[in-house]
Design a protein around this ligand. Structure first.
Ligand SMILES: Cc1ncc(CO)c(N)n1
Length: 218
């Protein structure tokens, strides 16, 4: 039988493709992403780390057992140490002062608040759906784009970080975890999670468009 996560991917193919072919993704693939757009994106992403910490903390508190908590605490640890450190370094290297950039464009707030609210109000399966939606999609476009070249070393490194085994393992863990959660859920709950998954992809598409806000001509 088709797994629940594969069912979600099949049900929302069009939305998935819209993200995989997003201008932000194809610009990186064709090595023509304007540096200013990447800088703005890094500011949004640096802010998103704080959101991700909040979401994974809720996952720890709602997880059904120690097996999940042990893994999720590892994820949290990587976010607070490696990811936070990464953003400090890359912003400094590129001379980015976040105060000079947009911080709260509607598409960015919608993604952040939508994810956090869903994580707060939902159960463990909801949170796993959110993060599976975000990470599986991200791994896929980065592993494709990895096969082309990016001249800017920071852009190249960003793609590599999300195409490498550590990140893939995290996305795979979420996928397997989602399948395990969904297997015991009634059809109505599965349909609700499917709608939430699609919502995540739509929030993501708009979030990635927001980096172009001050650069409409590309
Ligand atoms: C906006 C966004 N979605 C997904 C990921 C993958 O973790 C990310 N880093 N940023």
């Amino acid at each position: 039988m088709e797994s629940f996560s594969d069912r979600l991917l099949a049900e929302h193919q069009a939305t998935w493709q819209a993200m995989q072919q997003h201008r932000f993704v194809t610009d990186i693939e064709q090595d023509k992403l304007p540096a200013g757009v990447f800088n703005q994106y890094l500011v949004f992403e640096g802010d998103f780390v704080a959101t991700a910490i909040g979401i994974f903390a809720l996952a720890v508190s709602k997880a059904p057992g120690i097996r999940q908590q042990r893994w999720l605490v590892g994820v949290l640890n990587a976010l607070v140490d490696d990811q936070m450190g990464y953003f400090e370094q890359v912003l400094a290297r590129r001379g980015i002062n976040p105060d000079d950039y947009q911080r709260n464009l509607p598409a960015v707030s919608r993604f952040r608040d939508g994810m956090l609210t869903a994580a707060r109000e939902g159960g463990y399966a909801d949170i796993v759906t959110l993060m599976f939606g975000a990470e599986w999609m991200y791994y896929h476009w980065c592993s494709r784009v990895y096969r082309s070249e990016q001249a800017d070393p920071d852009i190249r490194h960003w793609v590599e970080m999300h195409a490498e085994e550590t990140f893939f393992a995290q996305a795979r863990w979420l996928k397997a975890e989602l399948d395990q959660c969904a297997a015991i859920l009634p059809e109505g709950e599965q349909r609700r999670l499917s709608a939430l998954y699609r919502q995540v992809l739509e929030w993501e598409i708009d979030f990635h468009g927001a980096a172009y806000a001050d650069c409409p001509a590309g």
